[in-house]
Design a protein around this ligand. Structure first.
Ligand code: ATP
Length: 221
């Protein structure tokens, strides 16, 4: 993940998450965004120690391994593991600053609507808007009304994001996916998880490592 990208005419997507576990909704949203927006690639950023939520159920290494399995066959997607190399909480603002230093193209932070509405609670969130655009992805069941602070930043067309380095917002409503990691964890614990929600290879990994059973616990954090 170092070096100036040759693809500076397009935007680098940044998709952060806990991925506890990664599900088909994550992959489908990333695929839809690649098709609809002027993105060169999407960098997935698994949070080693997510600061804004309860401790994940699966350990950081297991979540990373599942993400690798889910993305292995698609060269449009890469994984940035720098949050695993840093001490302390995994702040997105720090990751974006590192990506900013290594890439000449604009960055777009991809956030589901639930994550977007919590953005003002994130560490140095205004600095995040100085480092990247935000792409807000609708989620079923969540009201699409955007907070007033973001409205002056909204771009009507995705191409508008190319005219500035950061600070614009784009609302993406074309891919409403039902998957949620919370629902998956509950379903995996009681045997009712929809198999179609998990990318190839991930169910076998979960089974082999005994993850998300009622008795399993994350002993890495
Ligand atoms: P949890 O239920 O544990 O919060 P999650 O399904 O939201 O998990 P995360 O790893 O927390 O998964 O999500 C990473 C990012 O992906 C967040 O910005 C989240 O809003 C977004 N996201 C997750 N699932 C979807 C979905 N089905 N549609 C759109 N965005 C999604």
């Amino acid at each position: 993940m170092t070096g100036i990208s040759a693809d500076s005419a397009r935007i680098l997507g940044v998709f952060g998450g806990t991925f506890d576990p990664v599900h088909c909704g994550h992959v489908a949203v990333a695929d839809a965004l690649m098709r609809a927006l002027p993105l060169s690639r999407i960098v997935f950023v698994p949070a080693a120690r997510p600061p804004h939520r309860p401790a994940p159920s699966a350990g950081a290494r297991d979540r990373l391994a599942m993400l690798r399995l889910a993305l292995a066959s698609d060269q449009r997607f890469v994984i940035d593991e720098t949050e695993y190399e840093r001490e302390g909480p995994s702040y997105m603002v720090d990751t974006l600053a590192i990506l900013r230093a290594h890439h000449a193209q604009p960055l777009a932070l991809i956030l589901g609507m639930d994550a977007f509405v919590s953005l003002p609670a994130w560490h140095r969130w205004r600095r995040i808007l100085g480092l990247a655009h935000v792409v807000i992805v609708s989620r079923p069941g969540l009201d699409g009304t955007l907070p007033a602070w973001v409205r002056p930043r909204l771009a009507g067309r995705a191409e508008t994001l190319l005219t500035a380095d950061s600070g614009r917002a784009f609302l993406f409503t074309a891919s409403a996916r039902p998957e949620s990691a919370t629902a998956l964890r509950e379903g995996l614990a009681d045997g009712t998880a929809p198999a179609s929600w998990l990318p190839d290879g991930v169910p076998d990994y979960i089974e082999a490592h005994g993850l998300y059973r009622r008795s399993s616990r994350n002993d890495e954090s």
